[in-house]
Design a protein around this ligand. Structure first.
Ligand code: AMP
Ligand code: ZN
Length: 450
């Protein structure tokens, strides 16, 4: 039986109990990057939030299938490839590799498949043709295909956008082939020099809003999945347009839960490629480490904006060091004393911790439980009468909690020299040779062995 989970659903506009379509199984998709340059740390925020969601749902008893796409067909990719005299594939392969390198350094365990748009062109063409056949899309003289927004009575219901206001605020350009200014392109016919595909609906490229719907339908074999999401900016028009197409195609609304992650900001502005105010993910990871970046993002509620400052990153580094040091102290103690950990953990505390996370990913409250375990663990380490099982329980509980949050730490390695130092220290203490033990203690502490 799965533990109760609550999530904020953008569509309903409130936190509601989560119920999966298939008992015990969750299907989830979040929109991934357009792969034409190195991603910035803002792009990593949804990645880390969905990774946490994956871990929490898994701990709550669900089998989670999570996928996230690479947009590898896009005008920006074509432009950059031409500038660099490369094929679009060479360019996107390079940046996909760079992105995946970030994911592994961030210990992202969640994504089981990264579909690429270029692998789904025939399915996209079939899908667009089906929408034309159903009367919700139309082909214009140039061969481009547009979705007819006015024919969807629910349009705007996800992002709470009023269609009339949108129409009032826009104007159809003279010579524009669209019937309504809100209509969006599903397909662009072209004979330009960029990558293009010869399909049943013409020679050209798909519009951005169709790919995720088609990849969801293809991978999950259903037009309705449990959770779909991405950053706040995707609510409108991207997700609204995705929902409209899925509805036109199948009568479904693509996802039962829509989750949107707040912006990472820099001095009050959204960090974005177009504004140029970016900190590249690879640079931040090299400087602060994957754990610190994770800590930085997880300590603010995932729906709130978060401001990037070097000071906030330093705080995250310090906090992560605290986690590592405590784990390593236990590992050193057990190795030096030739003891084995038992497998027990504090079920009550762990359950409290998980319940907070299961309440719409309330990391702040979960961290208060982690902090209590930290205090208790340190007290046990200072207590010579603490039993192996008591120590093991504190260690295992702490480690388990950190692992649900997605942190990864190298276990402490103890050398022969360390063992000798520790033995000498213990001997000095037993013999009440405090001059020697006082000399050895700082050495041991410096090595993280005490
Ligand atoms: P893009 O490559 O711009 O399409 O973005 C890929 C993902 O990163 C999307 O889910 C965006 O919503 C998300 N994203 C981009 N910039 C930010 C930001 N500053 N804060 C949070 N998420 C962002
Ligand atoms: Zn998408």
């Amino acid at each position: 039986m799965e533990k109760e989970v609550k999530l904020y659903d953008t569509y309903q506009g409130k936190v509601v109990p989560f119920k999966s379509l298939v008992p015990g199984v969750v299907s989830c998709y979040y929109c991934g990057p357009t792969v034409y340059n190195y991603v910035h740390i803002g792009n990593l925020r949804p990645v880390l939030v969905f990774d946490l969601l994956y871990r929490v749902l898994t701990e709550c008893g669900y089998k989670v299938h999570m996928i996230s796409n690479y947009t590898d067909i896009d005008d920006k990719i074509i432009k950059k490839a031409q500038e660099e005299k490369k094929s679009e594939k060479e360019l996107s392969d390079f940046y996909i590799q760079a992105y995946e390198d970030n994911l592994s350094k961030l210990n992202i365990a969640s994504v089981e498949y990264h579909p690429r748009v270029s692998d789904y062109i025939p399915q996209i063409a079939d899908f667009i043709q089906a929408i034309i056949d159903k009367g919700y899309a139309y082909k214009v003289a140039s061969g481009d295909v547009y979705f007819s927004v006015g024919d969807d009575p629910y349009y705007g219901s996800l992002s709470k956008t009023k269609v009339d206001d949108l129409i009032a605020g826009s104007r159809v350009e003279i010579g524009d082939e669209k019937k309504s200014p809100l209509d969006f392109a599903l397909w662009k016919n072209t004979s330009d020099t960029g990558i293009k595909f010869d399909t049943k609906i013409g020679l050209g490229r798909p519009g951005w809003h169709t790919e995720c719907v088609v990849m969801i339908n293809s991978y999950f074999h259903t037009p309705l999945i449990d959770i779909h999401g991405g950053g706040f900016d995707l609510k409108f028009p991207h997700h609204e347009n995705e929902m409209a197409q899925d509805w036109a195609y199948s009568g479904q609304r693509l996802a039962n839960f829509w989750m949107h992650v707040g912006f990472l900001e820099l001095n009050g502005d959204k960090m974005s490629k177009s504004l140029g105010n970016v900190v590249l993910a690879k640079d931040a990871i090299a400087k602060f480490g994957g754990n610190a970046l994770r800590e930085f993002f997880l300590t603010t509620n995932y729906r709130s904006p978060i401001n990037y400052t070097p000071e906030a990153m330093e705080t995250a580094v310090t906090e992560v060091e605290k986690y590592r040091r405590l784990l390593n102290k236990f590992e050193a103690k057990f190795a030096l004393e030739n003891k084995d950990f038992t497998s027990d953990f504090d079920k009550g505390s762990y359950d409290e911790f998980l319940s907070f996370l299961a309440d719409d990913l309330n990391v702040a409250n979960a961290l208060t439980v982690l902090e209590k375990i930290n205090k208790k663990a340190n007290a046990l380490l200072r207590n010579p009468a603490a039993s192996v099982n008591e120590l093991s329980m504190a260690y295992n509980t702490y480690k388990k909690m950190l692992s649900v949050l997605g942190f990864a730490f190298e276990p402490m390695q103890v050398s022969e020299e360390d063992r000798k130092l520790y033995k000498d220290y213990q001997k000095a203490r037993e013999e009440k040779d405090f001059a020697s033990s006082d000399k050895l203690r700082p050495l041991l502490m410096e090595k993280g062995l005490l």
